[in-house]
Design a protein around this ligand. Structure first.
Ligand code: TTP
Ligand code: MG
Length: 242
């Protein structure tokens, strides 16, 4: 079977320049291809930094990160962009139209593909309600759409891009529980079984993940399925209770 986005962290330590303590400490884990891995942990734990390391926004001081066996430090920008895509915690839109923003994922996408991505991202209804639909103008920063709409457009943009690995940084917490559930139910088919990593606040978003990583103060303190962690991790139990 072809590799579909296996990510491996081996002994990864990263700290911001000038900071006394690293924000990711000796992290080792495998994200299995075609599976969903969730990352959960309190605010400031290092979840966003973990994703940013995969995208090489910064390089670790120690350890290696590989995608399908290749160190990310040896991939070109284009190879990395083909392999892995992120819906950032604070999504951004560019000046243009809804369509041009979605096509930032892949310029050759057809209108049909844009609508399909919007359907999965639960953004179809609000785009249809716009006078110009896909051609509705969007201002830089996306101030003409609500935060939740911006988030859905950002999700749709990544679906249009079709990377091997999808990263969602807290992309579902602004959605109501029912919309969150509909979106996640539609995701596997839309991503065609690609590797998915979901950073989440709500436990209900991740209970069905193949693997959950619990992160606290930059360290992986628990890993397993929801049921395994309920039985084994005090930190996870606390998150579930809160
Ligand atoms: P994050 O990785 O941003 O923490 P998080 O994503 O787990 O938190 P949240 O749930 O609120 O999104 O930060 C980890 C640590 O790194 C934290 O101490 C802040 C610090 N940090 C910086 O100093 N500069 C940065 O650019 C980022 C992203 C984080
Ligand atoms: Mg974060």
């Amino acid at each position: 079977t072809p590799e579909r986005g296996r990510i491996e962290f081996s002994g990864v330590t990263f700290g911001f320049p000038g900071a006394e303590t690293p924000v990711v400490k000796d992290a080792s884990f495998v994200v299995e291809p075609g599976k969903t891995t969730a990352i959960i942990g309190s605010t400031g734990a290092g979840k966003t930094v973990l994703l940013n390391l995969m995208l090489r926004l910064y390089d670790p001081q120690q350890g290696t990160i590989t995608i399908d066996g290749a160190p990310v430090s040896q991939l070109t920008r284009e190879q990395l962009a083909d392999a892995i895509g992120l819906v950032p915690q604070r999504p951004y839109l560019f000046a243009g139209t809804i369509a041009s923003n979605l096509r930032f994922g892949r310029s050759g996408a057809t209108e049909e593909e844009l609508w399909e991505a919007l359907r999965v991202a639960q953004g179809e209804d609000f785009v249809k309600a716009k006078e110009l639909g896909l051609d509705e103008p969007v201002s830089q920063g996306g101030t003409s759409v609500s935060g939740g709409q911006r988030q859905r457009l950002s999700i749709a943009r990544l679906l249009v891009a079709r990377p091997k690995v999808y990263l969602f940084d807290d992309s579902f917490s602004a959605l109501d529980v029912a919309t969150d559930a509909r979106l996640r139910a539609a995701l596997p088919e839309a991503t065609q079984g690609a590797t998915t990593i979901i950073v989440a606040q709500r436990v209900s978003t991740i209970t069905e993940a193949d693997q959950i990583l619990v992160i606290e103060a930059g360290e992986i303190v628990g890993r397993g399925t929801h049921d395994e962690l309920l039985a084994s991790s005090d930190v996870y139990q606390e998150i579930v209770r809160s």
